[in-house]
Write a protein that binds this ligand. Structure first.
Ligand code: XMP
Length: 499
């Protein structure tokens, strides 16, 4: 049985130990717009693109999570905020959820009796050009746009004197689907469509801008309300339960219980307590690197498992503890434990240093792949740019180069920030067991073209692998892994991956 032999074949191995043997290609174009890259992130969340940005405080805050979701992946907001400091993480989640809407549930509103100058002030404050007008019972009375108040001098007049009354508006009856809302808006040539119930109470507002976004970004990861999806990490001790409650209230789509060693009594307790607290939301747990670890988490109700002990760019776990499993071995072992078809989804977390390794992570066991250092230095990562003098080898000249910081979440620097330690001497930071490093990486442009490149390369891999889609090539690989695998010699490795 080839699959059981696969586990033997990957013992001690990681990404650069293998190549795949090219197969007869069956796709016409290597185009992410055409090739289906759909993959499951967790039992209830499916992504159109299998890429996830890591919950690290130098990688994922709202700007990164927004781009990831717009591009069809997902960002996980880190919990690298000071203990007890839940609000900042909640605000990041709220920023992502407010970026796009299907139906705006609580649009900015005034009453017919509101003075025009107050309405204008609200428009300026909120940068919204259309206010809905509702009475005290929440019934729609009209719309007031910035054009209705332009050139008006009597600003002490009430809104009702300038609004377009409800009788002259196009309104949607009830919770109509977005496609129907769009048809109505096109047919009646309106940019705003209020939805009302039978009693005329406002249910929400559909805007042309949001519908355009939906068209421009057909692969984006959205929730049932048309808002971008986002995940957030919590720990397994301290404020984690209050944090989980607040994040769920803010609309987070999935919670990631992320600790260094997920196969542990601490995690078992946390999974049970978080589930009891937040109910039915998808819970990701990790990290583990063994089949036993996966079974442990799945038995305790995890909706996805994060795999990777120590492969990460910012990790020193293996150096400091001598524990871990080379990532490809870990992925195969975990995949077999999770089940090949319809098993609990696995997130291959860490160690991806070149685009080809994304494909490997997705073949050997990952349903999705989580990237940290691969996104480092991009515009959307948090943190300031610092100029550093770099010595050019030729001519002994130095130039100023912009850098951003990437650090492991268990690095001394990250721990120090979370603890709010002003004076290192007051706490023995070494005794906290730092398992991460801080490095500077050259600053570069937006992460968006980088994701596009990754996806194009992934499509090329699918073409070389003889698959029609990501799911198809994965199924072919697992049917007969040895048709694909080329185990590299040291020289083969150098020829392949050293440039
Ligand atoms: P990459 O290789 O994509 O890996 O940068 C990202 C993953 O690395 C993990 N991580 C850490 N692991 N000490 C560790 O042992 C750390 O300080 C640390 N910080 C991040 C994490 O799983 C992340 O997703």
């Amino acid at each position: 049985m080839p699959v059981s032999k696969l586990l033997d074949a990957v013992q001690g191995c990681t990404f650069d130990d293998f190549l795949f043997r090219p197969q007869e290609s069956i796709v016409e174009r290597r185009d992410p717009a055409v090739i289906d890259l759909t993959s499951r992130f967790s039992t209830r969340l499916t992504l159109r693109r299998p890429i996830v940005s890591a919950n690290m405080d130098t990688v994922t805050r709202a700007p990164m999570a927004i781009v990831q979701a717009e591009e069809g992946g997902l960002g996980i907001i880190d919990r690298g905020f000071r203990a007890g400091d839940i609000e900042p993480q909640v605000r990041e989640v709220e920023k992502v959820k407010r970026t796009q809407h299907g139906v705006v549930r609580t649009p900015y509103a005034v009453t017919p009796e509101t003075r025009l100058d107050e309405a204008v002030a609200l428009m300026q404050r909120s940068r919204v050009g259309t206010l809905v007008v509702i009475d005290d019972a929440g019934r729609l009375q009209g719309l007031l746009t910035d054009r209705d108040v332009r050139f008006v001098t009597a600003l002490d007049a009430p809104v009702r004197s300038r609004m377009t009354p409800v009788a002259s508006l196009v309104v949607g009856a009830g919770e109509i689907p977005l496609a129907e809302a769009e048809r109505l808006m096109v047919a009646r040539k309106v940019k705003k469509l209020p939805l009302v119930d039978r009693d005329g109470a406002l249910l929400g507002l559909v805007t042309a801008r949001d519908l355009e976004k939906h068209k421009q970004q057909p692969f984006a990861t959205r929730d049932a309300h048309g808002r971008l999806s986002v995940g957030a990490a919590i720990g397994a001790t301290g404020d984690y339960l209050e944090r989980a409650t607040a994040l769920v209230a803010a609309g987070v789509d999935v919670l990631v219980i992320d600790i260094a060693h997920g196969h542990s009594a601490v995690m078992a307790r946390a999974l049970e307590a978080v589930r009891a607290r937040v109910g039915d939301i998808d819970l990701v747990a990790g990290n583990v690197a063994t089949g036993d670890g996966v079974r442990f988490l799945v038995e305790r109700g995890a909706n996805a498992v994060k795999v990777g002990i120590g492969p990460g760019g910012g990790c020193t776990t293996r150096l400091t503890t001598s524990f871990g499993v080379p990532q490809l071995q870990a992925l195969v072992e975990c995949r077999l434990a999770a089940g090949l078809e319809d098993g609990v989804p696995l997130i291959a977390d860490g160690g991806v240093k070149r685009h080809g390794a994304i494909f490997e992570a997705l073949m050997f066991g990952g349903d999705t792949v989580m990237l940290g250092s691969a996104f480092a230095g991009t515009e959307e990562t948090p943190g300031d740019i610092v100029q550093k003098a770099v010595l050019l080898p030729e001519g002994q000249r130095t130039v100023q180069v912009p850098f951003k910081v990437l650090r492991g979440m268990a690095s001394l620097e990250a721990i120090r920030d979370r603890l709010d330690v002003e004076d290192d001497a007051t706490v023995d930071l070494e005794a906290l067991g730092a398992e991460g490093t801080e490095v500077s990486v050259p600053a570069r442009g937006s992460v968006r073209p980088l994701i596009h490149d990754m996806l194009k390369h992934l499509c090329s891999s699918i073409s070389y692998g003889g698959g029609a889609s990501l799911a198809d090539v994965r199924a072919r690989f697992w049917q007969d892994p040895f048709r694909y695998l080329v185990r590299l010699s040291a020289a083969g490795g150098r020829e392949s991956y050293e440039r």
